[in-house]
Design a protein around this ligand. Sequence first.
Ligand SMILES: [Zn+2]
Length: 219
Amino acid sequence: MIAILLSLFLLSSEVEVNQDDSVPDEPKKTEYIEVDNKRFPVEIKDAVIEALAYFPELAGVNIDFEYKEKISGAVMQAQPRMLTLLVTGKEKREYRIKITRSFEFEEGEVLIEDVPHDALVGWIGHELGHIMDYKNRSTVNLMHFGMKYILSNKRLTEAEIAADTYAISCGMGHQILTVKNYILHNENFKESYKSKIRDLYMSPIQILSLQEELKEGEG
Ligand SMILES: [Zn+2]
């Protein structure tokens, strides 16, 4: 029981680590599009719709895509909504994907919608891969997983590999590879962020070989 309470606390501290949910931190009002229980900002609608098309299993699942000024150590972050995790069944859980509104690049501010299309679709696809992973976990498992995720790099790596694997097996290998290369070969991203991507996430080579494996499995 104490373990569950502790993980609850840790998971909620992860969920609320940056800012208060009730106060949106975007300076101007964002226009959202609502379709199939998903809510997403109009600026990235094409990329979101394209990525969602790869995940028929997420049809009807409630997902909010929300802009944030800053997400510590990440550009996007997928999470189950705490309250729905506790009070509703697995099928009715709701999720959100936090998305950094803009980057401070050398050449100035770059808005998220200015990220090359395939890279943006891949980025969103990776987050949808996390939701596939969350969707298949029981609540207790998700609580424990949340705690371990915070406490160990091994769990973090497992979660990131699971997300990429879901996205790649849904047919997004090309886009997942594109976003990886976009980050790793981009001088504007901090070295600390790139080395996190290098150390804890699937490498381009691993993505390619998984893609190959899946192709072989099909044929
Ligand atoms: Zn991830």
